[in-house]
Design a protein around this ligand. Structure first.
Ligand SMILES: Nc1nc2c(ncn2[C@@H]2O[C@H](COP(=O)(O)OP(=O)(O)OP(=O)(O)O)[C@@H](O)[C@H]2O)c(=O)[nH]1
Ligand SMILES: [Mg+2]
Length: 453
């Protein structure tokens, strides 16, 4: 035993001595390799460094977005001003009658009792007279009940519907969220494209999207449409999240290909959707060549962030415009609404970041919004609750809290949101003067940085 150990030690010693000798005076082959490999390694490092730096988003001189309100206002003052050309929209099924009514009664209580904007209800089948009767009595503005033309809802003639159904069954088996539901695919495609061309929407410039079973948890005492117009905004959201990766593996590449085809610049907004690759150029090229999932033509990955589109207040002209419509046609032709499960949320969000300027996007951080399972609730602004305002009434609301900006919110707890805020922060990088520090990011802390705590 002792003998074997001595032999092993002696061998190890000889190998070590040979390595040291070679290091001092490397053999000719190693010297040649080093002569060529070293510059290549250095070039790769330089390339990676420059590549990562090219995704740096400069800090704007000040925050490019701020909350429209930071406390209650007298709603009757805002309501005495001219309205914008705007409407609520809600896509619903006849069976959603109860949850649709709850949403409408809630938005009436929190906002529309003062502003009386119309509501456009949309369905893919004929409306049930009961739905019309009940929802007609719930809305204080004019209610319209529209049926989507069959051609806008179902398969286009160039998609093989049998193959699409087979693909959906496979998506279901792979656990793609709502991948097996044909109606869900149709809904996502409709909201991505033909929604914006609907006949009854033609007369409007702005829409506020509602869904059955959502809750607005604060009073909105100003007119968001008027503020959007006044501030030159085109897209407003409340919650930003990660997309489920397996729903849309080819979506990001398809949008990026469109960008390249149209020679659109990779703006700071577009860069905010990326996780730049740490691979050197040849490997990045390979990644792009093999169409790796969520990878752009430059070989960089989408961060999967998107705005949750079940809440949107937006300018219809942006989505009706040529560029967005061409982008939609391009995506539609790829077949990803059927053979993958492209969601309308990532489609809208990628378009917003491809086509809009940072200052055209607005986070409604002052609006309390809840769609299962996520919420944001801004909390009640100290000294800003207009306790004696008669229009606001005498309903119960949460206690005021330091740094909060909401009006008469009923928050579930002290949290402003129940999701981590990473996407919110990342997508707002081009707009934000204050950014989370390196240490905060390492700790997973993503404070909201646009002018509110
Ligand atoms: N008329 C009609 N409306 C639909 C259909 N599928 C979905 N919708 C509506 O489309 C909107 C989005 O559907 P949801 O099922 O809420 O989808 P989601 O919010 O992405 O997903 P969830 O997390 O399941 O709520 C809602 O307003 C639904 O009422 C459908 O087949 N017909
Ligand atoms: Mg929903």
């Amino acid at each position: 035993m002792a003998m074997t150990a001595t032999v092993l030690l002696a061998r190890a010693g000889r190998v070590l001595a040979a390595i040291v000798r070679n290091l001092r005076q490397p053999p000719r082959r190693a010297r040649v390799v080093a002569k060529f490999a070293l510059p290549v390694v250095l070039l790769c490092l330089l390339d990676v460094l420059l590549h990562i730096l090219s995704y740096r988003i400069p800090r704007p001189p000040q925050d490019l977005d701020k909350p429209f309100a930071t406390q209650c206002r007298d709603p009757l003052v805002a309501a005495s001003q001219p309205r914008e050309n705007a409407t609520f929209v809600m896509l619903a099924r006849n069976s959603d009658i109860e949850t649709a009514r709850q949403t409408i009664e809630n938005i009436e209580r929190q906002f529309n009792q003062w502003f009386h904007y119309p509501v456009l209800f949309i369905n893919d089948v004929e409306w049930d007279p009961d739905f019309i009767r009940v929802l007609n009595t719930s809305t204080s503005g004019r209610a319209t009940f529209h049926v989507v033309p069959e051609a806008d809802w179902t398969y286009p003639e160039w998609v093989d519907s049998a193959a699409a159904r087979q693909s959906m069954a496979r998506q279901g088996m792979r656990g793609v969220y709502n991948g097996a539901k044909e109606a869900y695919h149709k809904m996502c495609r409709f909201y991505s494209g033909s929604f914006y061309k609907l006949e009854p929407l033609k007369q409007y410039k702005w829409y506020w999207r509602l869904e059955p079973d959502v809750r607005f948890t604060c009073a909105v005492t100003y007119d968001p449409f008027v503020e959007m117009a006044r501030h030159g905004k085109a897209y407003g959201f409340t919650i930003a999240l990660w997309e489920e990766p397996n729903t849309c593996p080819s979506l990001f590449r398809a949008v990026d290909d469109f960008r390249v085809q149209k020679q659109l610049p990779a703006t700071d907004m577009w860069k905010a959707m990326f996780v730049p690759s740490w691979l050197p150029w040849p490997l990045r090229r390979l990644r792009a060549m093999f169409h790796a999932e969520h990878v752009s033509s430059s070989g960089d990955r989408w961060n999967l962030c998107h705005y949750w589109s079940n809440f949107e207040i937006a300018d219809l002209d942006f989505f009706r415009g040529n560029l967005y419509q061409e982008l939609y046609q391009h995506l539609d032709r790829q077949g990803g609404f059927w053979f993958e499960r492209f969601g309308d949320a990532p489609v809208h969000s990628l378009a917003v970041h491809l086509l809009l300027k940072p200052e055209e996007v607005h986070h409604f951080s002052d609006i309390g919004y809840h769609h299962e399972p996520f919420f944001q609730c801004p909390g009640n602004a100290p000294g800003g609750q207009l306790h004696t305002n008669t229009a606001l009434g005498t309903g119960k609301y949460s206690p005021e809290s330091p740094g909060a900006i909401g009006c008469r919110c009923e928050c579930l707890d002290d949290r402003r949101r129940n999701n981590r805020g990473i996407c919110l922060n990342t997508m707002q990088t081009p707009l934000a003067f204050h950014r989370p520090t390196f240490l905060q990011r390492q700790r997973g802390q993503y404070p909201y940085t646009l002018n509110i705590p």
